[in-house]
Design a protein around this ligand. Structure first.
Ligand code: PLP
Length: 432
């Protein structure tokens, strides 16, 4: 079939007969099935204790996170959004101050800035990594700039060498939005431990997700740690004496108890995500999809933790492909369809179409595929096969080479907890 063929669904073939009928973007039930008894016991323990907010489980979790990430301070709070707000409050960001951040991110990165009356200044992204461009950050620094907020989007670390240099030259603090990047590294250091403050989310779809909202901050600075601990409890110390005006952003003990059950598995889950990413790359390489589908590259300078596996679809076919995949039972998502600088609520800031060309192109062309740790090779083969089917892309390997258990794509043997997993499921809300 010629490359020029307009993409339409191809007729059923020998190959489509092997596809599985449903591949959800997420299957949180598979993780829960394995940990169900431990999670329920942990919740019961908290209920029995009567210590529901900032209890012993929260303290333990904070210490475990600090050890895991190699930082002196991990401070829990009520969400990743609050973590960003608290970080900027601790840095004394005031009305009229400017904060530089990417437009290609989840809304919370910018809303934390505007909630303090400060002004988000949006920077464009690198088209290959989708991460904020240090050169554009540098260009946008002004007399009013007070902080830089890089986002380690999709689980990949932003170019921290360049960003630390740019921030250092200008004397600006860095707040890392690490909501999607727990356990990712840059030259051996965990994200969140490189800038002045790191902000993480326990939203259920994150690599370490709770059973509700939650988040935490990391810092190597004792002064900021003390401020953050004060700010998350209404600036209160001691009880009913308020030193500063803070907010109410405490982590529930139930969340902490559940997260402590999950934390020992995080590294293995991350390895499964990496194996799935490598398997996707190999599977896409088996089809003649050159120039149509761009698969994300790995990150040689650090650990990419693959919160999302995001492909780029050229030629204006992204939405039609997504519709085709939806019809075939393959779950996908667009992160994010409208860049922040073009959101209605920020219209008064004066940004327009064309201001951030790579950000706008990414919003038009990218598509996230299932990548969760418990995803099975035959499900990945279905996702890739359905995409190839849409483009009428021929398979480059002979049938006998790819028969059997997806020969050549076994990136890693599944650990024991994956073999116990159950039915395909789907989270109601797949916001990232
Ligand atoms: C990049 C980014 N920043 C911030 C957040 C906010 O986290 P939360 O949903 O826990 O408030 C999220 C996730 O939702 C995110 O993906």
């Amino acid at each position: 079939m010629s490359r020029k063929t307009p993409p339409t669904a191809a007729p059923a073939s020998e190959e489509t007969a092997t596809f599985v009928p449903q591949v959800g973007l997420l299957a949180l039930d598979r993780q829960y099935a394995v940990l169900r008894d431990e999670i329920r016991a942990a919740i019961e323990r908290v209920c029995d204790s009567g210590k529901f907010i900032l209890g012993p489980d929260v303290t333990e979790l904070e210490q475990e996170l600090a050890r895991l990430l190699g930082v002196p301070h991990a401070i829990s709070c009520a969400s990743g959004s609050d973590a960003l707000l608290l970080a900027l409050m601790a840095l004394d960001i005031k009305p009229g101050d400017e904060v530089i951040l990417p437009s290609y991110t989840f809304f919370a990165t910018a809303s934390a800035v505007t909630r303090l009356g400060a002004v988000p200044i949006f920077a464009d992204i690198d088209p290959e990594t989708y991460l904020v461009s240090p050169a554009d950050v540098k260009r946008k620094i002004s007399r009013r700039t007070r902080a830089i907020v890089p986002v380690h989007l999709f689980g990949r670390t932003a170019d921290m060498d360049s960003l630390v240099a740019v921030a250092g030259q200008a004397g600006l603090p860095i707040v890392e939005d690490a909501a999607q990047s727990i356990l990712s590294t840059w030259r051996g250091r965990c994200t969140g431990a490189i800038g002045d403050v790191g902000c993480f989310s326990f939203y259920p779809t994150k690599n370490l997700g709770g059973v509700g909202d939650g988040g935490f901050l990391t810092t190597t600075r004792d002064d900021l740690a003390a401020k953050l601990r004060l700010l998350r409890v209404h600036g209160m110390e001691p009880r009913y004496y308020h030193q500063v005006v803070g907010i109410n952003s405490r982590l529930d003990s139930i969340q902490a108890a559940v997260l402590r059950v999950k934390l020992p598995h995080l590294d293995a889950w991350t390895t499964c995500r990496q194996a799935n990413a490598a398997r996707y790359a190999a599977m896409f390489g088996d089809y003649d999809l050159d120039g149509r589908v761009t698969v994300p590259g790995d990150e040689p300078r650090g650990r990419h933790v693959w919160n999302q596996f995001v492909i780029r679809i050229a030629g204006g076919h992204r939405d039609a492909l997504r519709a085709h995949l939806g019809k075939c039972g393959v779950g996908t998502e667009i992160y994010y369809p409208v860049p922040l600088h073009l959101q209605k609520c920020f219209a008064h800031l004066g940004w327009g179409v064309g201001d951030l060309p790579e950000t706008e192109r990414a919003a038009r062309e990218t598509l996230a595929l299932p990548i969760y740790p418990e995803l099975r090779p035959e499900e990945q083969a279905t996702v890739v096969g359905r995409i190839a089917e849409f483009f009428h892309a021929p398979h480059l390997r002979r049938h006998e080479e790819r028969s059997g258990a997806h020969a050549g794509h076994e990136a890693a043997a599944p650990p024991h907890f994956l073999r116990a997993s159950r039915a395909v499921g789907r989270a109601d809300d797949v916001r990232c």
